[in-house]
Design a protein around this ligand. Sequence first.
Ligand SMILES: C[S@@+](CC[C@H](N)C(=O)[O-])C[C@H]1O[C@@H](n2cnc3c(N)ncnc32)[C@H](O)[C@@H]1O
Length: 236
Amino acid sequence: MNTTLNADAAELARFSELALHWWDPEGEMHALHKINPLRLGWINSLCPLKGMTVLDVGCGGGILTDAIARSGATATGIDLSTKVLRMAQLHALDAQTQNVQYREISAEALAAESPESFDAVTCMEMLEHVPDPASVVSACAALVKPGGWVFFSTINRSPKSFVMAIFGAEYVLNMVPRGTHEYAKLIRPSELAGFCRTAGLTVSHSKGLSYNPFTKRFWLNADTSVNYMLAVQKPT
Ligand SMILES: C[S@@+](CC[C@H](N)C(=O)[O-])C[C@H]1O[C@@H](n2cnc3c(N)ncnc32)[C@H](O)[C@@H]1O
């Protein structure tokens, strides 16, 4: 695990600029709002969250963290952007979400402070924005209790994802702000599975997430060639 701060200041600044629009379902983060019920449903189908303590790493404005808390879990969201965390906290107050808290701390620092303290960990759309994603995976492995689940989502590094997730989503459809994704930082499923195995996690399930620009609908399937999620477990 990386002990120096595993963060890219330019990435954090870009997300900070989007903070004010985070909770606008039609705004710049609308794609996260649209995929949220799908990813939450998949997580709940494998690991019913009610009554669990759940950590959301790279939580942003808390779209998933808030939904996790509303599933009946005690949720903690962590991020390194002060502005997006402030937005997350304001939203929790405004929406009166119970059992949710936010902290500005890296996954690596929290793992050193409170190892094996969460029943489940989620880390969505974050790994492709850090210099050392393997270190974040390893921190997530350290943070989850034995037998607990960790859920990752990211974007595959493939010619198809360059066309769909960067050129299409950022420059043609304006679904995601331009410059959000850098091709070289995208992560193949085999690479992410390798990071998980190195961290002692057992890869259990994968899911693809597809988008139809004509119907403007997302759905889950087995196609991991662009957006995908991995569900992994820490052995008991
Ligand atoms: C695309 S957003 C995803 C937000 C949230 N996980 C979701 O899917 O709704 C990426 C988030 O990762 C955060 N981030 C980037 N680098 C980070 C780091 N090193 N540690 C913690 N959070 C980080 C950004 O500030 C941003 O909020």
